[in-house]
Design a protein around this ligand. Structure first.
Ligand code: F3S
Length: 423
């Protein structure tokens, strides 16, 4: 791999032994993928996913302590993935013991470390760091060192920044060192599509289902999606939220790091079908294919007929626009069902900065009136333990469905379940 004089000097210890090890790790990681060079991280901010305050990840805290002690802190400030705990989210006595004393007992310590390492601001905890309210929105062509898969795929696809799907620790090292190895999605060639996805549905496809179908088919390859512009129109707030949810499903049900949408995403608008590799395979998605995908999801609840105890919406975190839209939908659903409050405890999750903005609108009181709880947590962190796993939880997130026992329903089905019960 070609190293600049500066990079070679760092490797030789010009910025201390720890930074030399960080650089060596990145160089070796790059060599595994035939990277040709180390290139500067150019995004204004980084985004980290390290440990969520998990007690089990002691080596990560030790590594971070070492980095702080030796002054090897990020020159660039960063946001981080969501906090795991919020007392407003319903939980049992036993769950609270597990969350507070076993799973996330290091959260305060972890947040203190992040402050020292360069957290953007004290509440910069969200997976949707790219939202305007949060302010970590990379520009076109920015080189990033991120690892949150839903944020990476959004930054690459919707913002045309450049980032590989890194592990959390490689992400941290790239952010600290300020360089990342160039391969894969950082190269023009790596951003070309190996798949053409033709959307031929009779109505706007459910974002989470479409993303799931694409992810399971193309896995880690880049798809070029045709026929979706008909349903999205332009890259407005609605379309951005749609692509956020679709992308998270492509990234979790498969391992997609970048997709292009004809007529919508920046590179597809600029380069059109030049982005498609000559031998690209074709995947047609129609109503029947989406139904097939939906029907293929296993329901791993012990009692498949159980009444849901909790509903999570907002994985990835909801946008301001989605919160407003869903406030109206829940109100209308309740009115039609003759109910005043949601009949299943329901939690909407969003970035702290988005919640703050939402709370300044009249919709906040209206949502509260419906009984829906608004939180900043990561629902996956709530679900990821044996007690929560036994709960019948429903969600409209295909990412949450994939990683936990939560059961997936479409948006309309979720609305019916929480406003009148059943679907
Ligand atoms: Fe975000 Fe947690 Fe879902 S980080 S994408 S809310 S799993």
């Amino acid at each position: 791999m070609l190293l600049t004089q500066e990079q070679q000097e760092i490797l030789n210890g010009s910025r201390g032994e720890t930074m030399a090890k960080v650089m060596e790790t990145l160089v070796r990681y790059g060599e595994l993928y035939d990277a040709d060079a180390m290139i500067p991280v150019t995004g204004k901010y980084n985004h980290l996913v390290t440990s969520f305050g998990l007690k089990a990840l002691t080596p990560v805290y030790e590594l971070m302590d070492q980095l702080i002690a030796e002054g090897a802190v990020s020159g660039t400030k960063f946001s981080a993935d969501p906090r795991p705990l919020d007392k407003n989210v319903p939980s049992s006595f036993l769950q609270n013991i597990i969350f507070n004393h076993f799973m996330y007992s290091k959260q305060d310590f972890y947040e203190d470390q992040l402050q020292k390492l360069g957290l953007m601001e004290k509440d910069a905890f969200t997976c949707t760091c790219y939202m305007d309210e949060v302010g970590n929105t990379p520009g076109k062509g920015d080189i990033l060192s991120w690892s949150e898969s839903s944020a990476v795929v959004y930054a690459n696809s919707v913002l045309a920044a450049r980032c590989n799907r890194n592990s959390g620790i490689i992400d941290l090292m790239g952010a600290i060192c300020g360089f990342v190895p160039r391969f894969g999605l950082l190269t023009d060639e790596g951003r070309k599509a190996k798949w053409i996805v033709e959307v031929r549905t009779t109505k706007k496809p459910e974002a989470q289902l479409l993303g799931s179908a694409i992810g399971m088919k193309v896995m880690e390859d880049v798809p070029y999606i045709k026929g979706l512009d008909k349903w999205l129109g332009s890259l407005d707030d609605d379309a951005k939220a749609y692509l956020k949810d679709m992308g998270a499903a492509t990234a979790s049900n498969g391992a997609v790091g970048l997709y292009h949408v004809a007529g919508i995403t920046p590179e597809a608008v600029e380069q059109g079908e030049d982005l498609i590799l000559p031998d690209a395979q074709v995947y047609v998605i129609d109503d029947a294919e989406l139904k097939r995908v939906y029907d293929s999801y296993p329901v791993i609840w012990k009692n498949k007929e159980a009444t849901p105890k909790l509903c999570f919406m907002g994985c990835p975190h909801m946008s301001l626009h989605q919160l407003i839209d869903w406030t109206e939908r829940v109100e209308q659903g309740l009115k039609a069902a003759g109910n005043k409050k949601v009949v299943i405890p329901t939690v909407f999750t969003a970035a702290p900065a988005v919640i703050e903005k939402f709370n300044a609108t009249p919709y906040a009181a209206r949502l509260k009136e419906t009984g829906v709880i608004l939180s900043y947590i990561c629902p996956l962190m709530y679900m990821n333990n044996p007690l929560s796993a036994k709960m019948p939880v429903i969600t409209s997130s295909n990412k949450l469905r994939t990683y936990t026992s939560a059961r997936y329903y479409t948006d309309d089905e979720i609305l019916a379940q929480i406003t009148k019960g059943g679907n």
